[in-house]
Design a protein. Structure first.
Length: 1000
């Protein structure tokens, strides 16, 4: 295993000073109390007292003793000398004359302060810690080095040489890796091992190996594509490897190993040692088996959606074609019915008069025609769906005979119908008269049951598929072994685990165990807020109450745009003129010099490092983010930019988890900058989606004519903090409801930010989401398109809220909350602890036509909190302004991302989810790098202006934005050369300083 993994910064800072410690560090590590002074006083001479005092501070701060006292910063020497009353620190020169003195003092310090050498049992304890961390996750060796250094200093172990520690870490990581390979290689039997080895050989009908064939997922939505997807899953399932064999193995490392198998070539796998090769193949089969099942079910869901959409299109076309006949028939019927209204016509003569106008036979034909072509207002185009039976029977046998469905109680009827069709569909029976009828809704009845009361094969089959899709989306029916289509309820805290963590969950969420106490608190908040808003409503010129319509409603005046004062315009212009021009490639390297984000990219399987890796990583990030591919960045005469190096870097280093870690480094660095802290504290964020057309064939895309025209596309749903940094992003097929994903960004983000309030547009809002936000301790602040028309809920039926009585027309039912209180907290705790993915759970709850008691309770508490939000929204203009400001920040950031992603018309041409996530993750990281670079240089520009005597307004500074990019070259010229000072983390000169006062 390689041992040269330390960064230059780590090497330079290990057991050494890298600069003057700050005041807090001086006070913490170099302060001498009375006991210290008593110990130091036993040494004779100022030089010995100062020397031993400095060694005490050094071992506390650095974890080791220094042999050359000249390496101690001057500030440390003066700070220590003042505490000892030593005025002349030049006496320290005498301290270094006798090496024995230093050794004796080191021994005295070790004995008195209980410092220990790096020996047994501490070597064993550190090895055990490192082994545990290496076993459960694939952490960077550099991170383990920092962890080990911190652990040694915490336990007062004198730091060993850097080489000793790096060698130990390499040996431990190698041991953990070998153990993982061994355990995986022992899972298959001898027969299974032979079958797994066959993955590396070609298939009967292709020159591709079976492994390469299985890597390729479905890219089209059709019956044949579904059948192929099911066969792919069946091939993997037939190996007979089972996930339960992995319960003792680390999930993160298995995922990384499987991904490595998916990226590397068959040639590389074949060259591995037998043990490693078998481990890689086992990890691949187990991971791809779940992935293949998910892919097949994704195709099924998309295909059923296409069938429904096509049926609707056919129905609408039929409707348009029949409108002329319908209008003609309607006019004839209107004329016939008009005779019924003639007062002068006797009742007994009406029929004769009508038939004199329209013959009986003609009227009967018109009535029959109207019944045939007229549609009910809630028509679902089920007639046209039944006409799709020919498409269905191409894939339904594979579905029924291969996929094993399970169900929650609410899905039992659907599962019974599925079991019935599994037995009977292969028969040639025209009617299924003995089929379970519970799935047949009123709208399907006339199409499933004919006039002779027979259950038709076609009607029942399409009715079942419609019900199956609905049940799958709600997870009333689920598939065991699937990740995306499994049972989210099974992942919640259960049984003993829940009981053991129950009180901790309640405390961490800040909720009382007694539901009555929670309801009382909510009731008091709601009542007092109603009364406060009602008392001020007459003075609120932005809000009007309209009671003239059928339903009372509030009208909220749009916010006026904020004027931009001349001082802000002038400041923005001065800063813009000071920002130096920079190539995007150089910008990435410069940000790496400041943050070291490239160190968070590590190889998927090996830990080897290569020279100039940050250059290669920056080039790959640039290629992905700008959507230009690697070709424009290849330089055959630059080792870090050759075609082979860039392809190797992309395959081994660019992954979702490495991008996430590197991005977190940028976000955390941004949070430390004074200017960013003026913009916000990181507690507020917004969520919004960017739409991208995907012109290639892929199942991970969806239609939406508004955003994608005739194509399909994806949404990149990203989260932006009030410091302008993007801290999370989710790739969504098509334009699914934002409310499904809004919680995920808060729960799954891995940065140091702690956002507690999030702003979204209307699409992200629902009563259920309001309820989940409250349960988890977050504030949900959407910008509702028509907030004044929303239902305002009350808890006290008899309370008098004055002018607000007319709109407070919804009556909450707290009894639902009481009955489900513990289940609500269990669900929220499971989300908080990451037991279940938020989007999976929210999707299953939102899709329910018959909400469970739990869903109803969450909705109930959501209505109360939505009303509290609405009352704040109409009462507080600053609150509305704050929401608008944060949403505008997110939209402006999207404009920067669009400018960066300029290649190939800004279309995403990756076929599979992993590729889409990697590319958009790279786009998010590069956008954050631009924001961070701008913030750093804007801060430098502000400091420069202050030094020039400019008077700066704090309010103007708070309204500055780092979302400018005119000074950044993203096209054509790709330079990866930095000035030496910039490489070391220094800033390049501002334009004014470098271009002779060229500021307007």
């Amino acid at each position: 295993m390689p041992v040269d993994f330390l960064t230059t910064e780590q090497v330079e800072s290990y057991g050494r000073f890298t600069g003057e410690p700050d005041e807090l560090q001086l006070a913490r590590y170099f302060h001498l109390d009375e006991a210290d002074k008593e110990f130091i006083g036993k040494s004779r001479g100022d030089h010995n007292r100062l020397g031993i005092a400095l060694q005490i501070g050094c071992v506390r701060f650095l974890g080791t003793f220094l042999t050359d006292m000249n390496h101690i910063p001057s500030g440390v020497r003066h700070f220590t000398a003042r505490q000892l009353g030593i005025r002349d620190i030049t006496v320290l020169a005498e301290y270094g004359q006798r090496e024995n003195t230093r050794r004796e003092h080191a021994a005295l310090i070790r004995q008195h302060y209980q410092y220990r050498e790096f020996a047994w049992p501490w070597t064993f304890r550190l090895t055990r810690l490192l082994y545990t961390r290496s076993w459960i996750s694939n952490e960077r060796p550099g991170l383990l080095f920092d962890l080990a250094t911190g652990w040694l200093m915490q336990h007062r172990i004198i730091l060993p040489g850097a080489t000793t520690l790096t060698r130990l870490i390499s040996e431990v990581r190698e041991k953990a890796t070998l153990r993982l390979w061994n355990k995986l290689a022992l899972i298959p039997s001898a027969e299974q091992r032979s079958q797994l080895e066959m993955l590396l050989g070609p298939t009967d009908c292709s020159r591709l190996s079976l492994l390469e064939s299985l890597k390729k997922g479905p890219v089209t939505i059709s019956g044949p594509a579904f059948n192929e997807a099911i066969e792919r899953w069946k091939t993997l399932n037939d190996f007979g490897l089972h996930a339960e064999n992995l319960s003792t193995l680390p999930a993160v490392r298995l995922k990384n190993l499987a991904r490595y198998a998916g990226m590397t070539s068959v040639f590389n796998i074949a060259r591995m040692s037998p043990q490693k090769r078998m481990a890689v193949l086992v990890a691949f089969v187990l991971a791809w088996e779940t992935l293949a099942l998910d892919d097949a079910l994704d195709v099924l869901d998309a295909m059923l959606a296409v069938i429904i959409r096509d049926a609707r299109k056919i129905g609408q076309k039929k409707r348009l074609r029949s409108l002329k006949d319908l209008d003609k028939s309607a006019l004839a019927l209107a004329s016939a019915c008009s005779y019924l209204l003639k007062e002068e016509t006797p009742d007994e003569s009406i029929r004769a008069e009508v038939f004199s106008y329209i013959p009986r036979q003609k009227l009967a034909e018109i009535i029959t025609l109207v019944r045939e072509i007229a549609r009910p207002s809630d028509d679902n185009f089920h007639d046209e769906m039944v006409e799709q039976y020919g498409r269905v029977r191409r894939f339904l046998p594979h579905l029924l005979n291969t996929v094993k469905f399970s169900s929650a109680p609410a899905g039992v009827t659907t599962l019974n119908a599925c079991d019935y069709l599994s037995r009977e569909f292969s028969s040639r029976r025209q009617f299924f008269d003995d089929a379970p009828t519970e799935i047949i809704s009123q709208s399907w009845k006339r199409l499933v049951i004919n006039k002779e009361k027979h259950i038709t094969r076609r009607g029942y089959t399409l009715c079942f598929l419609s019900k199956l899709q609905d049940s799958l989306r709600r997870r009333d029916v689920y598939v065991t072994g699937s990740n995306r289509w499994g049972d989210p309820r099974a992942r919640l805290l259960q049984g003993a685990d829940w009981q053991a963590s129950r009180i901790k969950v309640y405390r961490s969420l800040g909720h009382p165990t007694d539901p009555q106490e929670a309801i009382k608190s909510l009731g008091h908040q709601l009542d007092s807020r109603y009364r406060q808003v009602a008392a001020r409503l007459g003075e609120n010129e932005a809000v009007e109450l309209d009671v003239s319509g059928p339903k009372p409603r509030l009208t909220i005046s749009p916010l006026a745009s904020l004027d931009e004062p001349d001082s802000l315009k002038r400041l923005s212009k001065m800063i813009s003129d000071l920002l130096p021009p920079v190539d995007l490639t150089e910008l990435l390297l410069e940000i790496n010099a400041h943050t070291g984000f490239a160190e968070f990219f590590h190889a998927s399987e090996a830990s080897a490092r290569v020279d100039d890796l940050p250059v290669s990583i920056s080039a790959v990030l640039m290629a992905e983010a700008c959507n230009i591919g690697l070709e424009p960045l290849i330089r055959s005469n630059v080792p870090a930019l050759t075609r082979h190096r860039l392809n190797w870097t992309k395959a081994n280093y660019l992954r979702a988890e490495t991008i996430t870690s590197a991005n977190a480094r940028l976000v955390d660095f941004q949070a430390t900058l004074p200017l960013a802290q003026i913009w916000g504290g990181g507690e507020v964020a917004s969520a919004d989606g960017m739409r991208f057309v995907t012109p290639v064939r892929t199942i991970n895309a969806g239609p939406n004519r508004k955003y994608f025209g005739n194509n399909r596309g994806i949404t990149w749903y990203n989260f932006v903090s009030d410091q302008y940094s993007g801290f999370h992003g989710i790739v969504i097929p098509g334009t699914l409801r934002d409310s499904i994903f809004v919680l995920e960004g808060l729960l799954e983000q891995e940065t140091g930010l702690n956002p507690t309030e999030i702003m979204t547009d209307t699409a992200g809002a629902s009563d259920l989401v309001f309820g989940l936000f409250w349960l988890l301790g977050y504030q949900f602040s959407p910008r509702l398109a028509d907030a004044g028309a929303s239902v305002f809920w009350r808890m006290d039926h008899d309370a008098d809220y004055g002018v607000l009585n007319d709109i407070a027309r919804g009556q909450s039912d707290p009894r639902k909350i009481v009955l489900q209180w513990d289940e609500m907290i269990r669900t929220a705790g499971s989300l908080k602890l990451g037991k279940v993915q938020a989007s999976v759970l929210v999707r299953s709850l939102l899709k329910s036509e018959r909400p469970s008691g739990l869903t109803q309770a969450i909705i109930e508490v959501g209505r109360i909190n939505k009303t509290l939000y609405l009352l704040n929204y109409i009462d507080d203009e600053d609150y509305r302004r704050r929401i608008l400001t944060q949403l505008n920040r997110g939209e402006s950031r999207h404009a920067v991302a669009r400018a960066i992603c300029h290649g190939q018309k800004g279309e995403i041409r990756k076929r599979y989810t992993d590729g889409q996530e990697d590319q958009l993750g790279a786009l998010g990281l590069v956008t954050n790098a631009v924001v961070l670079w701008n913030t750093i240089y804007m801060q430098a520009a502000l400091d420069h202006l202050r030094a020039q005597g400019e008077t700066l307004n704090d309010e103007d500074i708070a309204r500055l934005s780092p979302l400018c990019h005119g000074h950044i070259n993203m096209l054509g010229h790709y330079s990866f050369t930095l000035a030496e000072l910039v490489t070391k983390g220094h800033l390049r000169p501002l334009k004014e300083a470098s271009e002779a006062e060229n500021v307007a």
